[in-house]
Design a binder for this molecule. Structure first.
Ligand code: TYD
Length: 133
């Protein structure tokens, strides 16, 4: 599973605190939606779906969590996100599961389109079979 990318987010360091910005061509898509997961209870599991068309970019704005990716052939990769200046680009047709949230973790997601339930595959068997149809 190498169908993902870690992208460094430019950082402006300052004694008053750091500032990171996502703009221009940093992401390979035009950003249409931002949402975030927060107040995640310990032991909680999120995700458990793939997108047919949409691309997503995940950032651990605060704290840390693991993202388990599964590709269309069932190959897996676990990635820990724990930096606000690095994000994970997840292409379409990659199954993702989020777990191991630290206390106070915030996961910010930048997406290539507005929320469309029709773009989700929420059944793992359907995801694995999708490419062989
Ligand atoms: P869900 O897909 O289960 O979240 P996660 O990817 O973290 O597992 O979404 C939870 C609920 O929120 C579900 O009813 C759909 C809704 N939702 C929106 O209305 N808009 C959005 O942009 C997102 C991501 C979810």
């Amino acid at each position: 599973m190498d169908n993902f990318k870690i992208i460094e987010i430019p950082k402006i360091e300052d004694h008053r605190g750091n500032l990171s910005v996502i703009e221009g061509n940093l992401l390979p898509f035009a950003l249409k939606r931002v949402y975030y997961l927060y107040d995640v209870p310990s032991g909680a599991y999120r995700g458990g779906h793939a997108h047919i068309d949409q691309l997503e970019f995940l950032i651990a704005i605060s704290g840390s969590f693991d993202v388990v990716l599964t590709g269309p052939n069932g190959e897996k990769k676990r990635i820990t996100l724990n930096r606000p200046d690095k994000g994970l680009l997840i292409p379409n047709m990659v199954w993702r599961e989020l777990e191991g949230f630290s206390s106070g973790a915030v996961c910010l997601v930048a997406a290539s389109d507005i929320y469309k339930e029709a773009d989700y595959i929420r059944d793992f068997k359907q995801f694995i079979n999708y490419n062989s149809i």
